[in-house]
Design a protein around this ligand. Structure first.
Ligand code: UDX
Length: 455
């Protein structure tokens, strides 16, 4: 098949690369000429494991072409995929400016029999609008539109695309269905053919449900802290019930990223427009925001009052999750802000996201490795569960830090190990390890917490 993908962001680039890998002839188009130049030099603008290699393999095979010329890219296309951004408006609704611009441009080059497939996450009813905008631009309706929502996760985007758990085809006619089937032909997966409205809503519902799971387990973790239970063990117990399932029950500092925060907001607006006032999703967002606050408050138990002013605080992890350099809606922003506002000196390290951080948080001091970040630190916050951090030598960590205080927003260390090593260790929904009187020579004031007294 001949495929044209419009937009070379996360979804567009991964889709283009994967569809070329499946044997289709793919043109990827973007207005951003610098990005197209970079892609033509074989450099991926995003960090995603395996993406650059697969991209260059298919570029060399001439199955994957990057261009700024939409007319050329669409010339022989059977399927045109829209994968441009839908950023949030001030009120949380999805901004459709790019989608509309693209629809009008498509209308200028469309030929009868083409199918326009929306990959971007868009409010319900958008595909109908796309049809209208293209029709107004080209003056006929001899084309189909379809919704094919994307469920890939950053960090495992290639696998999620080539081995997708399901493909959802929201279609208006047989032409669109047959084009989508041919496009996905080599992929063995569950195919669900449905209406455009159902496909559009399913994407929001899936992300809202996953975000709900995370906020739910975070609330349970907060209860665990009060009653002396362990959230990881609890998650294992409830996750073994197949009706609940084990995934997305990892308690921590809360979710970030380009999808959950934006899509939960947009879903609330979609529901409002449909005349329904969602109750659960706003609560999910509220819990997520509180979770960051709770984490930073944990440090105030160790250093009460205004003592952060003299403190050097290390942050490990700036990306919103491991295996990506993406910092969109990362918990790191709030945590760093809080610490800096309290007067602390903050020094951070992330294995991949440092370049992004230099751009997005120019005031933040960045270390070249974890050792440099924690050197002489009065406390350490873990904000991303990179494998590199899980493998940290605890002896070396303790020797480097001025005070062995670790606040772990991702539960990456074992409390028993931390206890043996003499750390003060507070994580999410688990026992506090408090060795202060012994390991810190009583230098720090002890503030007892009624329900979370260390064992
Ligand atoms: C998500 C969806 O998983 C994907 O299907 C959709 O297409 C886009 O949004 P992504 O944002 O890449 O993907 O990351 P994901 O792995 O889902 O994690 C999102 C956030 O939730 C991260 O900040 C992660 O740290 C957090 N998370 C995830 C938890 O806090 N606990 C968990 O148990 C799982």
């Amino acid at each position: 098949m001949n495929v044209c993908v419009i937009g070379t962001g996360y979804v567009g680039l991964v889709s283009g690369v994967c569809f070329s890998e499946l044997g289709h002839q793919v043109y990827c188009v973007d207005h951003d000429s610098l990005k197209i130049d970079q892609l033509n030099e074989g450099i991926s603008p995003i960090y995603e494991p395996g993406l650059q290699e697969l991209m260059n393999k298919n570029r060399q095979a001439k199955r994957l072409i990057f261009t700024g010329d939409l007319q050329k890219a669409m010339a022989d296309a059977d399927a045109i995929l829209i994968a441009v951004g839908t950023p949030a408006n001030r009120d949380g609704s999805a901004n459709l400016t790019f989608i509309k611009e693209v629809a009008i441009e498509i209308g200028q080059h469309i030929r009868p029999g083409m199918t326009i497939i929306t990959k971007s996450t868009v409010p319900v009813g958008t595909n109908k609008k796309i049809k209208k905008w293209i029709t107004l631009s080209c003056g006929h309706q001899q084309f189909s539109v379809a919704s094919c929502p994307e469920f890939l996760r950053e960090g495992s985007a290639i696998k999620d695309t080539l081995h997708m758990e399901r493909a959802v085809f929201g279609v208006e006619d047989d032409l669109a269905e047959s084009v989508l089937r041919a496009l996905h032909e080599p992929i063995q997966t569950n195919i669900i053919v449905t209406t455009i409205e159902t496909a559009e809503t399913a994407k929001y519902a899936a992300n809202a449900f996953l975000a709900t799971k995370i906020s739910f387990i975070n609330e349970v973790a907060n209860v665990c802290e009060g009653v002396g239970a362990d959230v990881q063990s609890l998650a294992e117990i409830i996750g073994l019930d197949p009706r609940i399932g084990p995934s997305f029950l990892q308690a921590g500092v809360g979710y970030g990223g380009s999808c959950f925060p934006k899509d939960t907001q947009a879903f609330i607006r979609v529901a409002e427009d449909a005349g329904y006032d969602l109750q659960i999703v706003p609560a999910v967002e509220k819990v997520n925001a509180q979770q960051r606050q709770r984490l930073v408050q944990k440090l105030k138990t160790v250093y009460p009052g205004h003592y952060l002013r003299e403190k050097r605080i290390a942050i490990l992890g700036l990306a919103f999750k491991p295996n990506t350099d993406d910092m969109r809606a990362s918990p790191a922003f709030e945590v760093v802000d809080f610490l800096q506002n309290e007067g602390a000196t903050v020094i951070a390290y992330d294995p991949i996201a440092s370049a992004q951080a230099r751009r997005l948080m120019p005031e933040l001091e960045l270390a070249l490795n974890w050792q440099e970040a924690v050197d002489q630190a009065d406390a350490l916050f873990v904000l991303t569960d990179w494998e590199e951090f899980k493998a940290i030598d605890l002896g070396e960590l303790k020797r480097k830090m001025k005070k062995p205080v670790v606040i772990d927003g991702r539960n990456i260390f074992n409390p028993n190990h931390m206890k043996q090593m003499g750390f003060y260790y507070d994580s999410v929904g688990r026992e506090i390890v408090d060795n202060r009187l012994s390991s810190l020579d009583g230098q720090l004031e002890y503030h007892s917490m009624p329900h979370r007294k260390a064992k």
